[in-house]
Unconditional design. Structure first.
Length: 332
């Protein structure tokens, strides 16, 4: 049994990445997980703490590491076999804990100036450092895999359907009213042409007005598996929905929803609006998935079911490769 501490900054996408690494490790070792909710000792000084913590990481020693740890809420890691964290605000804390307690530590996401060598492994989707500690992941870590999704679909007796994962405005993606109208029209057309039921899963970024609009204007379409965030729907199995989908359509504003969709091994289309002002790093992220053949990009105004992409085996290979790179770095 391996004891793993996940340091969470409270951001669901970051936490899901950490869980994704645990899910990989769990294939080789039985893992016991403890979640530590990161918080600042003095909340109103957090902006100063963030600057100081990153600065101290550039000259990490026993004194500066102790000073970093003193800024955060305390955590007991004496029995931990591994620390995992994601997100820029957790990185200095993770690096300091590794230095002080000599525990293996995995950090996920953009380093924001903190060198990968301060961790056992820094997992990123693009290369930041010419160092073995910077582990490049072709796919953002998440809790799903083709085998897991297929198994979940069979266990839950899911019938084939068309799956829509709907986000909302964020990271520079702006949706007009008529684009939501186009989405609804296209969904109706796909159901009419395929006779397949439609599943819609909304998220915290989905505008409640848009969620209500989807529920209302698609009331004549079978939506039996759908889960509505603002309605409070939580008792659904996303792995089973992903595994039983003939095709997956996901709004392009969520890197995690895209990653999870790809991990099912089923065909994925990302739907984009006309107005996109996303940062360059995010554009590179989407282009990487496109170049690897993981996704097809389609306008939210006009989309169709794409030819099936045979990527399940490729995804299995990428995830297996990431697992072994992490195992090598943490010494398990």
């Amino acid at each position: 049994m391996k004891n793993i501490i996940i340091i969470s900054d409270g951001i669901p996408g970051h936490f899901n990445q950490s869980k994704g690494v645990v899910s990989l490790l769990d294939e080789l070792h039985s893992c016991n997980i403890t979640i530590h909710q990161m918080s600042w000792k003095v909340y109103f000084l957090r902006s100063i703490f963030i600057i100081l913590a990153r600065l101290f990481c550039k000259m990490l020693n026993k004194l500066t590491a102790s000073m970093i740890v003193s800024m955060y809420s305390s955590v007991d890691i004496k029995d931990a076999d591994l620390i995992i964290a994601a997100g820029g605000n957790t990185a200095p804390y993770n690096a300091a804990l590794k230095f002080l307690y000599n525990k293996p530590a995995i950090q996920l996401g953009s380093p924001r100036g903190i060198h990968s060598s301060l961790f056992s492994g820094l997992v990123t989707v693009e290369k930041y450092f010419d160092d073995p500690s910077n582990i490049i992941a072709s796919l953002t870590p998440n809790s799903y895999s083709p085998k897991k999704c297929l198994r979940a679909a069979k266990e839950n007796n899911m019938q084939q359907h068309l799956l829509f994962l709907i986000g909302g405005e964020g990271i520079g993606y702006l949706y007009e009213e008529d684009e939501w109208d186009s989405l609804i029209r296209n969904i109706k057309d796909l159901h009419k042409n395929t006779s397949l039921p439609i599943t819609i899963v909304t998220s915290r970024r989905t505008n409640p007005i848009i969620e209500n609009k989807l529920r209302s204007e698609l009331s004549e379409v079978p939506l039996c598996y759908s889960a509505w965030f603002h309605k409070g729907d939580k008792d659904f199995h996303l792995d089973a929905l992903l595994g039983s989908a003939k095709a997956i359509f996901v709004t392009e504003d969520s890197a995690m929803m895209i990653s999870e969709s790809i991990s099912s091994g089923n065909p994925v289309s990302t739907l984009y609006p006309l107005n996109i002002q996303s940062p360059e790093r995010y554009q590179k992220h989407i282009k990487k998935y496109l170049d690897l053949g993981f996704i097809k990009r389609q306008s939210i105004n006009n989309f169709r079911i794409i030819d099936e992409l045979n990527i399940a085996e490729i995804i299995d290979e990428y995830q297996s490769s990431l697992l072994h790179k992490i195992i090598e770095r943490i010494g398990w």
